[in-house]
Ligand binder design. Structure first.
Ligand code: SF4
Ligand code: SF4
Length: 291
């Protein structure tokens, strides 16, 4: 439940960033908005004409602070998060991952398995009537969520006020139509066919977290208590809930774990609070197998 709240909160945050000019690029005025202000290098024509050491220092400083530093921060966010928390962002915040999980849930209810490419039946049985209701829900979501996400993402390039005006007037600009159609096609393909394959092998943010989390001696990881493996009832609950298709009990280290904690919850249902999984930073002891 906590994870659903963080995923929803991050989705709302992404929606609000362009609305409050916290971050967006306006293609009409060609201005970049950052925290409510139009971003600029902070260098005037007069600064460039001043031929003195002080003037050159001022230009260099402004360029570093306003152009190089933001890029350094942007480029280090995901590696740093990976180094400290592994793929925690993917499991707890990423809106795309959350939508894939929603698609997994509906697939499980409709076809009894997480996606089209899994052979084993791992969903709980539902009646035909329930299956129909879930299918109708899936169609409704497919028709509403992609265009909505398209509108939200277009807000990063066209002023949200302009978008709202266009929608209310029923006259969508080419840019808005392109945003809605492009995002919808992308989401149809990724949510029906690709899903977590994208997280594992394509997403740059995910791959950076994987790499830095994997090499980090201190990052947050899922730990399996090998010492007490005899308590495992082999219910396979931990494997069934893992949408990244990691085998949580497998001693082989798997770099795809997104620290979602679903296997912890599954094992807790079977063995109670004192179950076989936990989170750990770095390596705890020899008997604990890190993922
Ligand atoms: S192994 Fe557990 S924590 Fe890691 S992705 Fe799978 S369910 Fe989530
Ligand atoms: S959920 Fe726990 S008890 Fe069940 S198979 Fe996994 S480790 Fe074993």
């Amino acid at each position: 439940m906590t994870r659903r709240v963080t995923q929803a909160a991050f989705l709302i945050l992404l929606f609000l960033l362009p609305v409050f000019d916290i971050f967006r690029y306006d293609t009409e005025t060609q201005e970049l908005f950052l925290f409510g202000k139009v971003w600029s290098l902070g260098i005037t024509g007069a600064d460039l004409l001043e031929h003195s050491v002080r003037g050159a220092g001022h230009v260099a400083f402004q360029f570093f602070v306003n152009a190089i530093l933001p890029w350094i921060i942007v480029l280090t966010v995901f590696p740093l998060m990976g180094f400290l928390f592994g793929r925690l962002f993917c499991g707890w915040l990423c809106p795309e991952g959350a939508l894939f999980e929603l698609a997994d849930f509906l697939s499980m209810k409709i076809i009894g398995r997480r996606n089209l490419f899994i052979k084993n039946q791992n969903g709980s049985p539902v009646s035909n009537k329930q299956r129909l209701i879930y299918a109708a829900l899936a169609v409704l979501m497919l028709l509403t969520i992609p265009p909505l996400v398209g509108i939200i993402l277009t807000g990063y390039f066209i002023a949200p006020k302009t978008i709202a005006r266009e929608i209310m007037a029923g006259e969508l600009s080419t840019g808005l139509k392109a945003g809605i159609i492009g995002v919808s096609i992308y989401m149809f393909i990724t949510s029906i066919l690709v899903r977590h394959f994208f997280c594992k092998y394509v997403c740059a943010a995910g791959l950076m977290q994987t790499l830095f989390g994997w090499i980090s001696p201190v990052s947050l990881r899922l730990a399996f208590d090998k010492k007490n493996i005899s308590r495992c009832t082999d219910c396979k609950g931990c494997e069934k809930v893992c949408f990244m298709e990691v085998k949580p009990r497998n001693p082989k280290r798997d770099i795809n774990c997104v620290n979602c904690g679903e296997c912890i919850t599954a094992c807790e249902k079977e063995l109670g609070k004192d179950n076989l999984f936990s989170y750990t930073f770095g390596s705890k002891d020899k008997n604990t197998q890190k993922q």
